[in-house]
Ligand binder design. Structure first.
Ligand SMILES: [Zn+2]
Length: 317
Protein backbone atom coordinates (compact mmCIF):
# COMPACT_ATOMS: atom_id res chain seq x y z
CA UNK A 1 0.00 0.00 0.00
CA UNK A 2 2.77 2.40 0.96
CA UNK A 3 4.59 1.71 -2.27
CA UNK A 4 1.48 2.55 -4.27
CA UNK A 5 0.91 5.79 -2.38
CA UNK A 6 4.49 6.91 -2.95
CA UNK A 7 4.13 6.32 -6.68
CA UNK A 8 1.08 8.55 -6.75
CA UNK A 9 2.80 11.18 -4.68
CA UNK A 10 5.80 11.12 -7.01
CA UNK A 11 3.63 11.53 -10.06
CA UNK A 12 1.77 14.32 -8.33
CA UNK A 13 5.05 16.06 -7.65
CA UNK A 14 6.17 15.63 -11.25
CA UNK A 15 2.98 17.37 -12.33
CA UNK A 16 3.48 20.11 -9.75
CA UNK A 17 7.04 20.66 -10.95
CA UNK A 18 5.79 21.05 -14.49
CA UNK A 19 3.10 23.42 -13.32
CA UNK A 20 5.72 25.67 -11.79
CA UNK A 21 7.29 26.38 -15.16
CA UNK A 22 3.94 27.42 -16.63
CA UNK A 23 4.87 31.05 -16.34
CA UNK A 24 8.05 31.06 -18.40
CA UNK A 25 8.32 33.77 -21.03
CA UNK A 26 5.95 33.36 -23.95
CA UNK A 27 6.99 34.08 -27.50
CA UNK A 28 4.87 37.23 -27.54
CA UNK A 29 3.67 36.38 -31.05
CA UNK A 30 0.09 35.53 -30.09
CA UNK A 31 -0.03 32.75 -32.65
CA UNK A 32 -2.67 30.06 -32.45
CA UNK A 33 -2.92 28.52 -29.00
CA UNK A 34 -4.29 25.02 -28.47
CA UNK A 35 -5.63 24.52 -24.98
CA UNK A 36 -6.63 21.05 -23.86
CA UNK A 37 -8.46 20.42 -20.59
CA UNK A 38 -8.22 17.21 -18.57
CA UNK A 39 -11.92 16.63 -17.95
CA UNK A 40 -15.37 18.15 -18.06
CA UNK A 41 -15.39 20.76 -15.26
CA UNK A 42 -12.00 22.08 -16.40
CA UNK A 43 -13.37 22.19 -19.94
CA UNK A 44 -16.39 24.24 -18.86
CA UNK A 45 -14.28 26.68 -16.80
CA UNK A 46 -11.70 27.07 -19.56
CA UNK A 47 -14.34 27.59 -22.26
CA UNK A 48 -15.64 30.50 -20.24
CA UNK A 49 -12.15 31.99 -19.88
CA UNK A 50 -10.66 31.30 -23.31
CA UNK A 51 -13.47 30.15 -25.59
CA UNK A 52 -14.10 32.72 -28.29
CA UNK A 53 -10.75 34.46 -27.76
CA UNK A 54 -9.26 34.88 -31.20
CA UNK A 55 -6.70 32.27 -32.12
CA UNK A 56 -7.43 30.06 -29.12
CA UNK A 57 -9.00 26.62 -29.33
CA UNK A 58 -10.27 24.78 -26.28
CA UNK A 59 -10.70 21.03 -26.44
CA UNK A 60 -11.51 18.49 -23.77
CA UNK A 61 -9.03 15.62 -23.52
CA UNK A 62 -11.47 13.06 -22.18
CA UNK A 63 -15.00 12.37 -23.37
CA UNK A 64 -17.71 14.19 -21.40
CA UNK A 65 -19.26 10.82 -20.58
CA UNK A 66 -16.11 9.79 -18.74
CA UNK A 67 -17.14 11.39 -15.46
CA UNK A 68 -14.48 11.71 -12.79
CA UNK A 69 -11.12 10.47 -13.89
CA UNK A 70 -10.60 7.93 -11.12
CA UNK A 71 -9.05 4.92 -12.87
CA UNK A 72 -9.16 6.55 -16.30
CA UNK A 73 -6.92 5.06 -19.01
CA UNK A 74 -5.51 7.16 -21.84
CA UNK A 75 -5.95 5.80 -25.36
CA UNK A 76 -3.97 6.72 -28.49
CA UNK A 77 -6.71 9.25 -29.34
CA UNK A 78 -6.13 11.03 -26.03
CA UNK A 79 -2.36 10.87 -26.55
CA UNK A 80 -2.73 12.54 -29.93
CA UNK A 81 -4.87 15.31 -28.46
CA UNK A 82 -2.21 15.86 -25.81
CA UNK A 83 0.62 15.91 -28.29
CA UNK A 84 -1.13 18.61 -30.37
CA UNK A 85 -1.70 20.82 -27.31
CA UNK A 86 0.26 23.86 -26.17
CA UNK A 87 -1.41 24.06 -22.78
CA UNK A 88 -3.07 21.50 -20.55
CA UNK A 89 -5.50 22.73 -17.90
CA UNK A 90 -5.77 20.33 -14.98
CA UNK A 91 -7.75 20.29 -11.75
CA UNK A 92 -4.81 18.99 -9.69
CA UNK A 93 -4.89 17.27 -6.32
CA UNK A 94 -4.26 13.87 -7.87
CA UNK A 95 -7.23 13.85 -10.26
CA UNK A 96 -4.89 13.75 -13.27
CA UNK A 97 -2.37 11.25 -11.96
CA UNK A 98 -3.18 9.09 -14.97
CA UNK A 99 -1.76 11.80 -17.24
CA UNK A 100 1.54 12.18 -15.38
CA UNK A 101 3.58 9.89 -17.58
CA UNK A 102 2.23 11.26 -20.87
CA UNK A 103 2.92 14.81 -19.68
CA UNK A 104 6.44 13.93 -18.54
CA UNK A 105 7.19 12.86 -22.12
CA UNK A 106 6.19 16.30 -23.42
CA UNK A 107 8.40 18.81 -21.67
CA UNK A 108 7.12 21.72 -23.82
CA UNK A 109 3.50 21.25 -22.81
CA UNK A 110 2.58 23.96 -20.33
CA UNK A 111 0.38 23.01 -17.41
CA UNK A 112 -2.15 25.28 -15.74
CA UNK A 113 -3.27 23.88 -12.41
CA UNK A 114 -6.73 25.20 -11.55
CA UNK A 115 -6.53 24.23 -7.87
CA UNK A 116 -3.29 26.04 -7.24
CA UNK A 117 -3.30 27.52 -3.72
CA UNK A 118 -6.47 25.65 -2.71
CA UNK A 119 -6.09 23.48 0.37
CA UNK A 120 -7.31 19.98 -0.31
CA UNK A 121 -9.40 18.09 2.19
CA UNK A 122 -8.51 14.54 3.07
CA UNK A 123 -10.91 11.85 2.02
CA UNK A 124 -12.97 10.71 4.92
CA UNK A 125 -14.08 7.67 3.06
CA UNK A 126 -13.83 5.47 6.13
CA UNK A 127 -16.53 7.23 8.07
CA UNK A 128 -19.53 5.08 7.46
CA UNK A 129 -20.73 3.95 10.81
CA UNK A 130 -18.04 5.32 12.98
CA UNK A 131 -15.46 2.65 12.36
CA UNK A 132 -12.53 4.25 10.70
CA UNK A 133 -11.19 1.88 8.13
CA UNK A 134 -8.45 3.71 6.42
CA UNK A 135 -8.27 2.53 2.85
CA UNK A 136 -6.21 3.98 0.08
CA UNK A 137 -8.20 5.49 -2.76
CA UNK A 138 -5.33 5.77 -5.16
CA UNK A 139 -4.77 9.50 -4.87
CA UNK A 140 -2.79 9.72 -1.67
CA UNK A 141 -6.10 10.23 0.17
CA UNK A 142 -6.67 13.84 -0.88
CA UNK A 143 -10.13 14.67 -2.12
CA UNK A 144 -9.89 16.24 -5.56
CA UNK A 145 -13.51 17.36 -6.02
CA UNK A 146 -12.88 21.04 -5.27
CA UNK A 147 -14.76 22.32 -8.34
CA UNK A 148 -18.06 21.08 -6.88
CA UNK A 149 -17.91 24.04 -4.46
CA UNK A 150 -18.99 27.19 -6.36
CA UNK A 151 -16.71 29.30 -4.18
CA UNK A 152 -13.68 27.18 -5.09
CA UNK A 153 -14.83 26.99 -8.71
CA UNK A 154 -14.47 30.79 -8.82
CA UNK A 155 -10.90 30.46 -7.54
CA UNK A 156 -10.23 27.86 -10.20
CA UNK A 157 -11.56 30.15 -12.91
CA UNK A 158 -9.16 32.90 -11.79
CA UNK A 159 -6.27 30.45 -11.61
CA UNK A 160 -7.00 29.36 -15.16
CA UNK A 161 -7.17 32.96 -16.36
CA UNK A 162 -3.90 33.85 -14.60
CA UNK A 163 -2.20 30.71 -15.86
CA UNK A 164 -3.24 31.33 -19.45
CA UNK A 165 -2.30 35.01 -19.23
CA UNK A 166 1.18 34.05 -17.98
CA UNK A 167 1.67 31.69 -20.91
CA UNK A 168 0.02 33.95 -23.47
CA UNK A 169 0.32 37.55 -22.19
CA UNK A 170 -0.87 39.07 -25.49
CA UNK A 171 -4.33 37.71 -24.79
CA UNK A 172 -4.13 38.26 -21.06
CA UNK A 173 -6.71 41.06 -20.99
CA UNK A 174 -9.21 38.91 -22.87
CA UNK A 175 -8.76 36.00 -20.46
CA UNK A 176 -9.15 38.28 -17.45
CA UNK A 177 -12.24 40.03 -18.82
CA UNK A 178 -13.89 36.70 -19.60
CA UNK A 179 -12.98 35.34 -16.17
CA UNK A 180 -14.50 38.42 -14.54
CA UNK A 181 -17.80 38.01 -16.41
CA UNK A 182 -18.01 34.30 -15.60
CA UNK A 183 -16.92 34.71 -11.98
CA UNK A 184 -19.65 37.34 -11.53
CA UNK A 185 -22.29 34.83 -12.67
CA UNK A 186 -20.86 32.14 -10.40
CA UNK A 187 -20.77 34.56 -7.48
CA UNK A 188 -24.42 35.60 -7.97
CA UNK A 189 -25.44 31.93 -7.99
CA UNK A 190 -23.25 31.15 -4.98
CA UNK A 191 -24.86 33.92 -2.94
CA UNK A 192 -28.34 32.76 -3.84
CA UNK A 193 -27.44 29.18 -2.94
CA UNK A 194 -25.99 30.25 0.41
CA UNK A 195 -29.21 32.11 1.27
CA UNK A 196 -31.64 29.46 0.10
CA UNK A 197 -29.72 26.57 1.67
CA UNK A 198 -29.37 28.18 5.09
CA UNK A 199 -32.25 26.09 6.52
CA UNK A 200 -30.22 22.95 5.75
CA UNK A 201 -27.23 24.12 7.75
CA UNK A 202 -25.97 21.33 10.00
CA UNK A 203 -28.26 18.76 8.37
CA UNK A 204 -26.89 15.34 7.51
CA UNK A 205 -26.99 13.78 4.07
CA UNK A 206 -25.65 10.64 2.43
CA UNK A 207 -23.96 10.61 -0.98
CA UNK A 208 -22.73 7.84 -3.24
CA UNK A 209 -19.24 8.97 -4.23
CA UNK A 210 -16.95 11.29 -2.34
CA UNK A 211 -17.61 14.23 -4.66
CA UNK A 212 -19.38 16.55 -2.21
CA UNK A 213 -17.21 17.43 0.82
CA UNK A 214 -16.29 20.89 -0.51
CA UNK A 215 -19.86 21.61 -1.57
CA UNK A 216 -21.12 20.41 1.82
CA UNK A 217 -18.57 22.52 3.70
CA UNK A 218 -19.50 25.62 1.73
CA UNK A 219 -23.20 25.28 2.47
CA UNK A 220 -22.96 23.87 5.99
CA UNK A 221 -24.24 20.39 5.18
CA UNK A 222 -22.78 17.36 6.86
CA UNK A 223 -22.03 14.30 4.77
CA UNK A 224 -22.95 11.57 7.24
CA UNK A 225 -21.75 8.79 4.99
CA UNK A 226 -20.45 8.13 1.52
CA UNK A 227 -21.54 4.75 0.28
CA UNK A 228 -18.26 3.67 -1.25
CA UNK A 229 -18.09 1.67 -4.39
CA UNK A 230 -16.39 1.51 -7.73
CA UNK A 231 -17.99 3.68 -10.42
CA UNK A 232 -20.67 1.79 -12.29
CA UNK A 233 -21.28 -0.80 -9.60
CA UNK A 234 -24.06 -1.11 -7.06
CA UNK A 235 -23.38 -1.03 -3.33
CA UNK A 236 -23.22 -4.48 -1.77
CA UNK A 237 -26.21 -5.69 0.29
CA UNK A 238 -24.02 -5.31 3.39
CA UNK A 239 -23.18 -1.70 2.55
CA UNK A 240 -26.85 -0.98 1.88
CA UNK A 241 -27.90 -2.56 5.18
CA UNK A 242 -25.31 -0.50 7.07
CA UNK A 243 -26.45 2.69 5.38
CA UNK A 244 -30.09 1.94 6.12
CA UNK A 245 -29.14 1.46 9.79
CA UNK A 246 -27.33 4.77 9.74
CA UNK A 247 -30.31 6.60 8.25
CA UNK A 248 -32.59 5.06 10.87
CA UNK A 249 -30.30 5.71 13.81
CA UNK A 250 -29.15 9.24 13.03
CA UNK A 251 -30.90 12.28 11.68
CA UNK A 252 -30.14 11.96 7.97
CA UNK A 253 -32.42 14.28 5.97
CA UNK A 254 -31.69 13.04 2.47
CA UNK A 255 -29.88 10.51 0.33
CA UNK A 256 -28.41 11.82 -2.90
CA UNK A 257 -27.54 9.84 -6.00
CA UNK A 258 -25.53 11.31 -8.87
CA UNK A 259 -26.66 11.41 -12.49
CA UNK A 260 -23.45 9.60 -13.50
CA UNK A 261 -24.17 6.59 -11.31
CA UNK A 262 -27.14 4.23 -11.02
CA UNK A 263 -29.65 5.42 -8.42
CA UNK A 264 -31.10 2.08 -7.42
CA UNK A 265 -29.02 1.88 -4.23
CA UNK A 266 -30.23 5.28 -3.06
CA UNK A 267 -33.79 4.39 -3.99
CA UNK A 268 -33.57 1.16 -1.98
CA UNK A 269 -32.52 3.24 1.03
CA UNK A 270 -35.47 5.53 0.50
CA UNK A 271 -37.89 2.61 0.30
CA UNK A 272 -36.55 1.13 3.50
CA UNK A 273 -36.41 4.34 5.53
CA UNK A 274 -38.67 6.92 3.91
CA UNK A 275 -35.76 9.39 3.82
CA UNK A 276 -35.87 12.07 1.11
CA UNK A 277 -34.13 11.17 -2.12
CA UNK A 278 -32.57 13.53 -4.64
CA UNK A 279 -29.96 13.83 -7.36
CA UNK A 280 -26.87 16.00 -6.96
CA UNK A 281 -24.67 16.57 -9.97
CA UNK A 282 -20.91 16.99 -9.48
CA UNK A 283 -20.81 18.36 -13.06
CA UNK A 284 -18.40 15.80 -14.44
CA UNK A 285 -20.53 15.10 -17.50
CA UNK A 286 -22.53 17.27 -19.86
CA UNK A 287 -22.84 18.53 -23.41
CA UNK A 288 -19.58 18.93 -25.33
CA UNK A 289 -20.58 21.61 -27.88
CA UNK A 290 -19.02 24.85 -26.59
CA UNK A 291 -22.21 26.92 -26.80
CA UNK A 292 -23.99 24.38 -24.58
CA UNK A 293 -21.07 23.41 -22.36
CA UNK A 294 -20.36 27.01 -21.43
CA UNK A 295 -23.30 27.23 -19.03
CA UNK A 296 -23.25 23.58 -17.97
CA UNK A 297 -21.80 24.26 -14.53
CA UNK A 298 -24.25 27.07 -13.78
CA UNK A 299 -27.18 24.96 -14.98
CA UNK A 300 -26.13 21.88 -13.02
CA UNK A 301 -25.73 23.97 -9.86
CA UNK A 302 -29.20 25.45 -10.40
CA UNK A 303 -30.54 21.88 -10.48
CA UNK A 304 -28.57 21.00 -7.35
CA UNK A 305 -30.05 24.04 -5.65
CA UNK A 306 -33.55 22.98 -6.72
CA UNK A 307 -32.98 19.42 -5.44
CA UNK A 308 -31.85 20.77 -2.08
CA UNK A 309 -34.54 23.43 -1.72
CA UNK A 310 -37.14 20.72 -2.37
CA UNK A 311 -35.81 19.04 0.80
CA UNK A 312 -36.05 22.39 2.63
CA UNK A 313 -39.70 22.74 1.57
CA UNK A 314 -40.62 19.14 2.42
CA UNK A 315 -39.18 19.57 5.88
CA UNK A 316 -41.01 22.81 6.57
CA UNK A 317 -44.40 21.41 5.56
ZN1 LIG B 1 -15.01 11.73 -8.36
Amino acid sequence: MLVRVSVWVRRGLALAALASIAGFPASGLAGPLRVVTSFYPMYVHTLNVAGGVEGVTVENLTEPIAGCLHDFQLTTVHMRRLSDADVLVVNGGGMENFIGKAVAQRPKLKIVEASRGIRFLKNEAGHHHGHDHDHDHGNGDLNEHVWVSPELAIQQVWNIAKGLAAIDPERGDAYRANARAYADKLEALRKRMATELRPLSGKRVITFHEAFPYFAREFGLEVAAVVQREPGTEPSPRELARTIDLVKSSKVVAVFAEPQYPASGAQAIRRETGVEFGVLDPVVTGPEAPEKARDAYLEAMEKNLAALTRIVRTRSE
